[in-house]
Structures are given as structure tokens and as C-alpha cells.
Design a binder for this molecule. Structure first.
Ligand SMILES: Cc1cc2nc3c(=O)[nH]c(=O)nc-3n(C[C@H](O)[C@H](O)[C@H](O)COP(=O)(O)OP(=O)(O)OC[C@H]3O[C@@H](n4cnc5c(N)ncnc54)[C@H](O)[C@@H]3O)c2cc1C
Ligand SMILES: NC(=O)c1ccc[n+]([C@@H]2O[C@H](COP(=O)([O-])OP(=O)(O)OC[C@H]3O[C@@H](n4cnc5c(N)ncnc54)[C@H](OP(=O)(O)O)[C@@H]3O)[C@@H](O)[C@H]2O)c1
Length: 439
């Protein structure tokens, strides 16, 4: 039995490591020239830029079985993260399983097996695999909005942003309240002639340090003891004391509570606003020519709009029939196992409140244990009931913003460890669904 892994970013690499640890043969495809996914700046799907640093701290980001070097700063840059991932692959002997410059074009279910079509330098080939693990990332296909009006102004998406030189000498409008918007607005405030930032709703902007420690470590310490509602109150109070309300800086105040949205981190945005180098604006109503009209009726002439409006999940190689209402709403048991297609698994198809790497490492361990026959899934009815309960809880917390994909970092790490133990007991007791090699 061989397993096909799609993508050699952090998720694909963690998957290869977990499969190798369990003795499950695997081959991994990636169109890039190096492993490391979006952290390899200039890679085929990379959204990384020259000034990019981790916004999750080193200690909360590293794989559990591969620490980042002790001498590194708390928030290393993209080059260090890419080097770390390359080192992870080399140290654990993963590179021999990776076919670089190979793009998966199609995955088809044929009986109980999976037919995978791959395009590489010497053409297209199709092979059959026992299982497929999808780890192709979801931060590389831009979501670009259109607003009413006849816009002629130059526009780009954050996906195509690489270097502050792209902003030099321009009147720049950055749109969005996520981490791309924070970083690019700050870069722009140094490189461009002028910088506006437009937010259609308020976000909590968290500095990288709180109480002298990387801010995600504080929440992590509290998570062991307190439910998220209580952590929310403590975090909001700490944030108010540290930086005050966003409206103090001319930004909209968030309507939702902290920990009920993807965290937005920036040490510099509020400071650059307070220096008058970035001017906040509300949402956009329409764009005509080079003039942007905002929801408060004000207008600005700009030379460049940078849409930092996020990314969409794209699984173009999968039969849409396997994706139900769409990839963002796909129910997956423990965000890993497809409910109707045994042998189809996903690693990294989630949006975490914290770092990605420990989460995908935990997911990879579940998938590998299942394929090694030591972890049994619960019955299909139990899987469905669990997905429904998780979705209801996520809706309650995150509303309609990608609830199916949301996970609480600390709660998930804990849940995945308990799940592995529970599935191992099920397997030992011959309960639940054990993996059957179609061969
Ligand atoms: C600008 C930016 C900054 C970020 N900062 C942080 C951070 O500070 N901390 C953090 O934890 N997370 C961060 N993230 C989230 C980031 O997605 C994760 O860190 C991590 O890269 C996810 O790993 P992945 O392997 O799932 O996806 P990716 O890193 O995107 O890797 C996916 C891989 O799949 C490959 N692939 C795609 N399509 C195919 C195909 N058809 N066939 C074969 N291979 C394919 C791609 O080439 C790529 O190598 C950031 C994201 C962005 C966009
Ligand atoms: N390490 C880092 O420093 C770093 C840097 C960049 C990105 N990242 C990561 O990369 C991922 C993507 O981040 P991102 O910032 O690119 O995307 P994102 O987190 O999805 O944020 C997109 C932002 O655009 C807004 N938006 C969406 N559609 C809009 C529209 N039609 N009009 C106006 N605003 C709109 C959203 O507002 P609504 O919420 O109202 O939709 C949101 O504020 C995240 O995981 C992030 O943490 C990390």
C-alpha cells in the first residue's frame, strides 16, 4: 500500500514524518523546487513577502518533535521558517519521498482505491494509491472583491505583494483587517507617499508581546485551566490596558469578542497610525476611476489599492461530488477524515486561533495511525453526530465566518491527543472502523 500526499508544505511534511514513523509508504507531490510550502518566498503558491515574520511565537509554532534553534528570535522571518522546514525534511529523511516540480491535477476514486494524475517535467502520469492525504494549503488563491463603479486605479492582491518597493512613491490604500493588511500597511507607511487602511469591521489588534511575553504564550498558559469565554474576558481586559480600544486610533471597535475571530497581530500598526503615517478609513462604498468613496461618504484619490482580503480554499483536483456544498463547509471527522470516502484525508484544512504547525502535526498523527491500522474511527453515525456538534459549537463562537474550519488551537491539540488514545483503544477492542488496505 502506498499513500499519495498532495503538497510538501508544513502539512505535507508533517504527514510524511507521521507516516514514516508508522512505517506507511508514501509519495508526496509538490510543484515547487523546494519543500516548505508558502514559506519559500517565490514558490509557486507562496504568499510570502520580504518583510514577513511569524506572528505566532517560535515556541508555540515549532513541531513538537523538532524544536526551532534556541538562538532564534521569538518571531523568526520567512527565510528562517523555510530553512527550519527544509531541515525538518532533511533530518527526518523525508526528502526521498517528495517529487518536486510535480503538480497533482486530478484525484479520482476508483472502487476502493484512488487514481492520482500528476504533471511533472517529463509529462503527465496516472498511478493508483490506497489512500490520498490532501495537504495543499489554503492561503494562496486570492479572494478579490469587486465594488460598484468603473475603477481604473491600479490594484493588486496581497498574494502578489513581495517587496515594499512595489509601493514606493504611490498613494496606497490597503483594504482589510487581517495580518496581511497589518504588515502591508506598515510597510507602505515607510515606502509609499501616503497610506490609508480601510476596515469594513473592527478587529482586536494584538501586540506581539503582552506582559513582557509573546502574547500567544499567555493565552496558551490560560488555556490549560480556563474555558475560552473566561480567557476572552481576561484577554480583552489585558488588551484594553495595553493598547486601549481600536476607536482610540480611529479604527472601528470589534463587534465580536476576542478569540471569536482569527487573531490579528501587529506591533506597529497602531504606532504608525499614532505617528500619522497611516490613516484609517471605514469600508468602501464604490470605486470610480482612481477615487474611492467610503461608507462615511468621504472620498480619496489613490494610485494603488492592495486588497488584503484573504484567500479561498481551492481543491481543483478533487471531484466536486466529494466536496458537498464546498470545501469551506466540508465536514471532516476531527478535521481530518472524509465522512463518505474512506482513504481520503485532509491535513491543514482548518483555521486555527494559533499556529498551524502543531495542529497539522497532530492531524498527521491521526491519519498515519489510522492507515497503520492502530487507530479505529468511530462509527459513521458517531462521526456525523460529532461533526454536527462541533459545527454547532463553532457557529456559536465564530458565527458564519467559516465555522466548519475553525479550531481553538489549545483545545484541538488536547482533543487530538485524546482522540488518538480513544481510537487506539477502539482498535484494540475491535470496535469502530479500522483501515482496510484495498490491496
Ligand atoms: C502571509 C502568511 C503568513 C502566515 N504566517 C503564519 C504564522 O506566523 N504562523 C502560522 O502558524 N501560520 C502562518 N500562516 C499560515 C500558513 O498557512 C501555515 O503556516 C502553513 O504554511 C500551512 O502549511 P500547509 O502545508 O497546509 O500549506 P502551504 O504552506 O500553503 O503548503 C501547501 C503546499 O501544497 C502545494 N500544492 C498546492 N497545490 C498542489 C497540487 N495541486 N499538487 C501538489 N502540490 C500542491 C503548494 O505548492 C505548497 O507547497 C501564514 C500564512 C500566510 C499566507
Ligand atoms: N505571519 C504573519 O505576520 C502573517 C501575515 C499575513 C497573513 N498571515 C496569515 O495568513 C492568513 C491569511 O491572512 P490575510 O490577512 O491575508 O486574510 P484574512 O485573515 O482572511 O483577512 C482578510 C481581511 O479582509 C477583509 N475582507 C474580506 N473581504 C472583504 C471585502 N469584500 N471588503 C473589505 N474587506 C474584506 C476581512 O474582513 P471580514 O472579516 O469582515 O471578512 C478581513 O479583515 C491568516 O492565517 C493570517 O494569520 C500571517
Amino acid at each position: 500500500m502506498t499513500v499519495a500526499v498532495i503538497g510538501a508544505g508544513p502539512s505535507g511534511l508533517a504527514t510524511l514524518k507521521a507516516l514514516a514513523d508508522r512505517g506507511v509508504p508514501a509519495v508526496c507531490f509538490d510543484p515547487g523546487e523546494r519543500v516548505g510550502g508558502l514559506w519559500v518566498i517565490g514558490g509557486p503558491h507562496s504568499s510570502a513577502y520580504r518583510t514577513l515574520h511569524l506572528n505566532t511565537s517560535k515556541g508555540r509554532t515549532e513541531f513538537a518533535d523538532h524544536p526551532m534553534p534556541a538562538g532564534w528570535p521569538d518571531y523568526p522571518d520567512h527565510a528562517r521558517v523555510a530553512a527550519y522546514l527544509q531541515d525538518y525534511a532533511q533530518t527526518h529523511g523525508l526528502l526521498r519521498h517528495v517529487r518536486l516540480q510535480h503538480t497533482v491535477e486530478q484525484v479520482r476514486r476508483v472502487g476502493e482505491r484512488w487514481e492520482v494524475t500528476v504533471r511533472g517535467p517529463s509529462g503527465t502520469s496516472t498511478d493508483v494509491y490506497a489512500a490520498v492525504i490532501v495537504a495543499n494549503g489554503h492561503n494562496s488563491v486570492p479572494k478579490t472583491p469587486t465594488y460598484p463603479g468603473q475603477a481604473t486605479v491600479e490594484q493588486m492582491h496581497s498574494h502578489d505583494y513581495r517587496d515594499p518597493a512595489q509601493l514606493t512613491g504611490k498613494r496606497v490604500l490597503v483594504v482589510g483587517g487581517g495580518n496581511s493588511a497589518m504588515d502591508i500597511a506598515v510597510d507602505s507607511s515607510y515606502a509609499a507617499d501616503s497610506t490609508l487602511i480601510s476596515l469594513r469591521r473592527g478587529v482586536w489588534i494584538v501586540p506581539k508581546y503582552l506582559l513582557g511575553k509573546p502574547s500567544d504564550t499567555l493565552n496558551g498558559a490560560l488555556a490549560k485551566r480556563l474555558p475560552w469565554r473566561l480567557r476572552q474576558r481576561i484577554s480583552q481586559t489585558t488588551l484594553r490596558m495595553a493598547v486601549g480600544k481600536p476607536s482610540r486610533y480611529g479604527l472601528p471597535d470589534p463587534a465580536h469578542g476576542f478569540l471569536q475571530d482569527h487573531p490579528t497581530l501587529s506591533d506597529s500598526l497602531l504606532s504608525r497610525i499614532s505617528h500619522g503615517e497611516i490613516a484609517p478609513r471605514p469600508g468602501i462604498s464604490w470605486v470610480d476611476g482612481t477615487t474611492v468613496t467610503f461608507t462615511d461618504g468621504s472620498c480619496e484619490d489613490v494610485d494603488l489599492i492592495v486588497w488584503c482580503t484573504g484567500y479561498r480554499v481551492d481543491l481543483p483536483f478533487l471531484d466536486p461530488a466529494l466536496l458537498g456544498a464546498g470545501p469551506e463547509t466540508l465536514p471532516l471527522y476531527r478535521r481530518v477524515f472524509h465522512l463518505d470516502a474512506p482513504g481520503l484525508m485532509f491535513v491543514g484544512l482548518m483555521q486555527s486561533t494559533g499556529a498551524a504547525l502543531p495542529v497539522v502535526e497532530a492531524q498527521a498523527r491521526l491519519a498515519a495511525a489510522h492507515l497503520a491500522g492502530t487507530y479505529a474511527l468511530p462509527t459513521p453515525a458517531e462521526q456525523r453526530a460529532d461533526c454536527a456538534a462541533q459545527l454547532a459549537a463553532a457557529r456559536d463562537r465564530w458565527g458564519d465566518r467559516r465555522p466548519a474550519m475553525r479550531i481553538d488551537f489549545d483545545a484541538y491539540i488536547d482533543l487530538a491527543a485524546r482522540e488518538l488514545a480513544a481510537g487506539t483503544r477502539r482498535a484494540a477492542d475491535h470496535r469502530g472502523i479500522l483501515w482496510k488496505d484495498p490491496a
